[in-house]
Each structure stands twice: as structure tokens, then as C-alpha cells.
Write a protein that binds this ligand. Sequence first.
Ligand SMILES: Cc1cc2nc3c(=O)[nH]c(=O)nc-3n(C[C@H](O)[C@H](O)[C@H](O)COP(=O)(O)O)c2cc1C
Length: 350
Amino acid sequence: MIKTRMTEVFGIQHPIMLAGMNWITDARLVAAVCNAGGLGIFATARCTPEEMRENIREIRKLTDRPFGVNIILIFFGGPEKIKVAIEEKVPIINYTLGKPWFIDEVHAYGGKVMGTTALAKHAFKAAQLGCDAVIVTGHEAAGHGANATSLILIPIAASTVKVPIIAAGGFYDGRGLAAALALGADGISMGTRLMLTKESILHDSFKKLCLDATEQDTLYDTVFDGLPGRALKSKGAKDMQKRGFPFVEAFKAASQLRNEMKLTYPQFVALSLKMMSAGEESSPLWVQARQATGLARFLRGIYDGDTEEGILFAGQAIGGIHDIPTVEELIHRVINEAEKILALLNAQVH
Ligand SMILES: Cc1cc2nc3c(=O)[nH]c(=O)nc-3n(C[C@H](O)[C@H](O)[C@H](O)COP(=O)(O)O)c2cc1C
């Protein structure tokens, strides 16, 4: 057993979290992680607030353990989703991109709040605002790590942040967990590794591409969704990098997005303007156009398995991942390996 401030604060067995991953973290995957003793996080970016509520209820049917929701505050329906999460008394709210105005309300029902950050100064700020834990995301990550790698970011954040730190970006085995603890983290968040499990809905053709990939086979760029992020070096991702600004594709993708979000044209334009004027976290129109384009291609990759045009966020961890275990097998393997390493290292101290 590895007990840390993370297991204590969230009331879980193992210091391992399923990173919130839009499209990937469905109720089944979230519950599988919770039932295996970790912390499952459901990413809500693809949902309307009501769909999010249905998913929360579905998760509760599948597990009685603590779980969380990941909400992008400046994204469509952010404040409404926070309201739903509070009404449903979700045990853990993991927010990203924006300032958390709701911490007291969550604490009032006994819930916890966790901010996702990629800079040490933002982790410090999130803790100062009252977060119960912070996620720090290193450059290795799928999705949105900043410049510093986990090796640099974790100890720097750990020297100033007083609440538990969950390290994200590049973690896929027990060696990574032991290293993160040594660097000052209280646990790890795994995205890419848990995306490559039996319970994950990722299409088999992309699972296979990931298994065949090395640590060199990702691309880090802003073309995928407007923010600096890392994608698997697939044909679709390489095409996106080579092409200029995708005006026609962005236009088509934006109308598809409007349909999926069930918004009228005025609502869609109002949302876009709101995202453009969200202060430090604002998304200019070109970023939004990139997001819409990326979204359509992510869907083609994750659900349809279209390896020609579809794309997939994936971290450098793919280089070390060679199998598709069940969630339970994976979590037990990571914990057993970390325990052995920690005992071995301890025995070397005289
Ligand atoms: C397919 C995919 C979708 C993601 N969607 C989100 C999201 O909706 N919200 C979020 O905060 N992070 C998102 N991320 C980033 C992850 O939460 C996490 O930071 C990252 O996967 C950690 O790095 P790792 O992949 O090396 O474990 C996504 C990652 C992937 C692979």
C-alpha cells in the first residue's frame, strides 16, 4: 500500500488518477478506475450540462467510490456544468482554464476542488485560491503541458505549493510513480496509459498505432486545437502541421460543432464572443477555429478509427506502452512495481 496526502484527501486506495480526457473518459472507464482503487475523472467538454448530469448518475450506478468531473471553465457551458456538479454533489471538481469562483460551495457539501495547471506559478495561485490539490502537467503530456518537463516542474511546484500535488505528463508505470513521489508529488495522473486499456473506447486501429509507436512518435504544436498540445504522429496530424490555416475545414467543423452542442446561431456567436473576451484565458477566433477543426478530426480518430484523417492526443509515454491490460491489472501492476522500487531504494540507504 502506498499512502500519501492524495489518498487521504480524496479517500481513495491508490495515488493514481485517471486524467480527464474528452471523448475517452466515459462512465465505464471512470468507474473501472474507481473500482480498482484509483480516482476516476470524467471529462465533460463534449457534453451539454444535462448530458453531464446523466453521466454522473451513470457513474454512480457503476461505483460507490469517490470520482470527479473535469470542467473547462471558459468552454461552452462551463458555469452551468459547475452548477450541475454542485447540485449532484460530485465528490471532486477538477477545473481547468479559468478562475474557480465555486470553491466554498463545493466545500460546503464536503466536496473537493482540484485545479489543472502547467506552470508552477499557476499551481501556487490555485492552492492560494483554496484548491484541495493541484495537478501539474509536464511537457511530456498528451494535451496541454507547457515547456517544462515533469522532472523540472514537479520539484519546483512542490517547493512552493502546500496542498497535495498530482503529477501529470509522461507517467505510465511504477517507476514513474516512484519517481513522482521522490520529486515531491503525492500521486500521478495517467492519461495516455489509461487510454490504452481494455475498457477504453479508443478505436482499436488507434490503439494499435500507439502500441507500435516509439517515444519519438508524437508532435507538439498549436495546430491540433489552438493550444500547445501533443498528438500521435499519424498521417492526419502530419497533414494538419503541413497545411496553412484550414479556413474551409474550420467553417464546416464549426457548424458540426454547433449542431452537436445543440445551440442556435445567436447562442453560438455569443459563446464565441464570450470565449474571445475571457481575459487571461481568452481564446481568439483563430484558436476557436483550430479547436473546431481539431474536434472533428479527434472524433474521426477516436470513434471511427480513421488513421488517415483522424488525429489523437497522445503523450510521449506511448513509447513505453506495449500492451492493453484491463484497468485493474494496470493499476495493480503500477502499485506493485512502485512498492518494489521504493523498498529497493530504501534498502540502499545506510
Ligand atoms: C484524448 C485526450 C483528451 C484529453 N482531454 C482533456 C480534457 O478534456 N480536459 C483536460 O483538462 N485535459 C485533457 N487531456 C489531457 C489529460 O487530462 C492529461 O493532462 C494528460 O493526458 C496527461 O499526460 P499523459 O497522457 O502523459 O498521461 C486529454 C488528453 C487526451 C489524451
